[in-house]
Design a binder for this molecule. Structure first.
Ligand code: C2E
Ligand code: MG
Ligand code: MG
Length: 699
């Protein structure tokens, strides 16, 4: 379609010439409409479709520059050229200043120049229009998005701010314009809080895009701070030359807070607020890197609470939780701020301790922990006692990575448990074999009860003077389908650790009482049957009732049952022990202190306990004839027991010389291979029927 030109002139001659020139244009004809006065022109323009206007300023109904103004007001987007008399160039120039695209001199309508200038102005106007629309679109877009946009020139002076940027910086666009971006956007490092160079300056210098350092802080005009994220890019002109920069950013304060909370949650233990396994691993890995570089060492302490399960079971989880919190606090107080105390879960804690020179310094920390945990924790009116067992592994001696360090410390911790708890052990490489064995035993123990793999053997206690059997000690045996006979030393401590000793102990008690009753029913007199009680069983609140129930169930008279409790168990919490012992005593059950001499007895307590029997540990009896010292100890114990009106049983009597010594000291009873090894129930029954005669005769 040809371009449509509206000619406005009262001069019919001019109109005719122009029509002719335009109709014959070499690059194709224009379509033409002609009106003679302004009112007609305005009517025609309102109808639309006009591509360009050629207008005489002097018309019948409008004269001078006002003509142009009215046309321009109605059709600002249509290019207008004025037609002017040669002596009136000033008016033409005024029109150009007000928006006209140029002018043609009357009487000089050149058939070549007129069509060309018309084409030029139509095209230019079209381009201008397109640019205007683009700009408007960009402006609207920039003000509608929530990202802030700041632009600068090459000097780093602000030349643009969108609405979001005004809000974020606190600067209005007009105030900010021309000021240094450094002033409008103060930037700070999120970690060090040091002022940072504005990224725009760097981009202007380097002429390449860059992202903000994560956590960058923008200080607003009023001094408040926001954490921002995003990027800055250079702007290039049409020749590809850098002409400024634009920074796009948004507020990530809330997002960063949530992210920080999430990381904190993921890396900390909910109950104690201590770092968890995840964070610990990370810290150990970091500490290893540092130690490697500096040639220093570090230690990992694996800590397990000794009787925590018992507390949890008997007093409830709420108190157990508070106890863990209290332990966590004390542990944190034992180390430096740069060290890490973490909770692995359950009652296990792992500490990372860095040392400058001697990894053995970890022993100091371990001792500190033992001392710190020794005092009772008062929780909800309870005075609770917990002791820890601690295993220590050291970098680089024991392992080179976090995982193995923790594993080895764990292994050493089990060793500490075996060594009687409430102590610490450094890892040694041969411990690993034992740790594996432990694990295998625990797994197998879990099914041993239901698969009926346990049995009791009975060893007689003998009156040394008369040679008669005064009772039997029930000793637990595990007959494993593959391994055969397993002795208690290999599995009782493990059963205690995992709590399995409780159901196993209950089975032992019931079976021993039932067996004693069977012998009695068969007309035999087994005297009292002794059952070994572990710490975990003894401290359970339902223990006394359990004993009562078993006696009732089996019909065994209480005085026919003897409970053996080791000295160290009784002494751990003497007052509590005393109360439990008294309840058992009141029931009529007999009480024996097992392995006497190996613990740290307080004699004043011991004399207050309602004890019937002291069993002298076999280690004293064994060496009886080798050194005189033990002879003295054994004599002293016998004398003391006599004064407390307690019976004495010497354990582990193997040799006639030992027997002779004991008899000479008036020790009443003995137990040992010299008289009989532990026997299955049937054999023991035969022994009861026939007596021991020959063994004593040899003495
Ligand atoms: P214990 O209560 O001191 O039992 C005596 C141990 O000495 C038994 O070992 C017995 O076989 C052994 N023995 C007896 N006479 C002699 C001797 O003349 N020479 C030597 N060298 N040893 C002798 P056993 O049966 O291996 O039991 C070891 C420990 O396991 C027991 O020490 C006891 O503390 C524990 N235990 C055994 N049965 C049970 C049980 O049913 N429950 C609990 N909690 N612990 C048990
Ligand atoms: Mg015993
Ligand atoms: Mg013993």
């Amino acid at each position: 379609m040809p371009n449509l030109v509206l000619i406005i002139t009262g001069d019919a001659g001019d109109a005719k010439t122009l029509q002719q020139v335009l109709a014959e244009a070499s690059d194709g004809p224009f379509a033409i409409e002609w009106v003679t006065q302004l009112s007609d022109a305005l009517t025609r323009l309102r109808a639309g479709g006009i591509d360009a206007i050629l207008a005489d300023m002097w018309l019948r109904d409008s004269r001078g520059i006002g003509t142009f103004d009215q046309l321009f007001a109605l059709a600002p987007h249509t290019p207008i050229m004025t037609l002017n008399a040669q002596d009136d160039e000033a008016l033409a120039i005024e029109a150009v200043q007000r928006g006209s695209q140029g002018y043609l001199s009357k009487g000089h309508f050149c058939s070549y120049l007129v069509p060309q200038s018309l084409r030029n102005i139509i095209q230019r106007k079209a381009v201008e229009e397109a640019i205007f629309i683009d700009k408007a679109r960009a402006e609207i877009t920039l003000n509608s998005i929530s990202d802030a946009v700041v632009g600068t020139d090459m000097a780093g002076n602000v030349d643009y701010l969108n609405v979001a940027a005004e809000r974020m910086t606190g600067w209005q666009r007009d105030e900010a314009r021309g000021r240094s971006v450094r002033e409008v956007m103060k930037i700070m490092n999120g970690v060090t809080r040091d002022p940072e160079r504005n990224p725009i300056e760097l981009v202007l210098q380097e002429n390449k895009r860059r992202d903000l350092t994560p956590g960058t802080i923008l200080v607003r005009r009023d001094g408040t701070e926001v954490v921002i994220a995003d990027s800055t890019a250079p702007i290039h002109d049409s020749h590809g030359k850098i002409s400024g920069a634009v920074m796009v950013f948004h507020d990530v304060t809330a997002a960063q807070l949530t992210a920080m909370e999430m990381t904190h949650l993921a890396q900390h233990d909910f109950l104690t607020k201590l770092p968890n396994r995840l964070l610990l691993n990370d810290r150990i890995a970091q500490a290893i890197t540092l130690a490697k570089r500096r040639g220093t060492t570090l230690a990992v302490l694996f800590l397990d609470l000794d009787n925590f399960k018992h507390i949890n079971d008997s007093l409830g989880h709420a108190i157990g939780d508070k106890l863990l919190q209290s332990v966590a606090q004390r542990l944190s107080a034992c180390v430096r701020g740069s060290d890490t105390v973490s909770r692995q879960g359950g009652d296990e804690f792992v500490l990372l301790v860095t040392a400058d020179r001697h990894a053995e310094d970890a022993a100091l920390t371990a001792n500190k922990i033992l001392a710190a945990l020794a005092a009772p924790h008062s929780i909800d009116k309870n005075e609770l006692h917990v002791t820890p067992s601690i295993g220590i592994s050291v970098y680089p001696a024991d392992a080179e990575n976090a995982e193995t360090l923790i594993k080895n410390a764990d292994t050493a911790m089990y060793h500490a448990k075996e060594k009687g708890r409430n102590n610490f052990q450094f890892f040694k490489s041969n411990m690993n074999v034992r740790a594996v064995e432990r694990q295998v035993i625990e797994t197998n123990l879990r099914h041993a009860l239901e698969r009926q793999e346990f049995a009791l053997h009975y060893q007689p206690k003998v009156n040394l003077a008369s040679g008669t059997i005064t009772g039997a000690e029930a000793l637990l045996r595990w007959i494993h389908p593959e391994w055969g006979l397993v002795l208690p030393d290999r599995f009782v401590a493990i059963a205690e650790d995992c709590g399995l000793i409780v159901p196993i102990g209950r089975w032992v008690l019931r079976e021993a009482c039932a067996q004693a009753r069977r012998w009695q029913d068969a007309g035999l007199n087994p005297g009292s049957v002794a059952v070994n009680i572990s710490a975990l069983e003894f401290r359970r609140t339902d223990f006394v009732d359990g004993v009562r129930a078993v006696l009732h169930e089996t019909g065994l008279a209480p005085h026919c049952l003897e409970l053996e409790i080791t000295e160290s168990v009784l002494m751990r919490d003497a007052e509590c022990s005393s109360a439990i012992l008294q309840q058992l005593k009141d029931m009529g059950v007999q009480l024996a202190v097992d392995d006497f001499g190996t613990g740290y007895s307080s004699l004043s307590y011991l004399s207050q306990f309602p004890i019937d029997v002291l069993k002298i540990d076999q280690s004293f009896v064994r060496d009886l004839c080798v050194t005189n010292d033990n002879g003295i100890i054994v004599s002293a114990v016998i004398a003391m027991a006599a004064s407390l009106k307690q019976r004495v049983v010497a354990e582990g009597v193997e040799q006639t010389e030992q027997l002779a010594f004991l008899k000479a000291q008036h020790c009443e009873e003995g137990q040992g291979f010299l008289f009989s090894r532990p026997l299955v129930a049937e054999q023991f029954g035969t022994l009861l029927a026939n007596g021991l005669g020959h063994a004593l005769a040899a003495a």
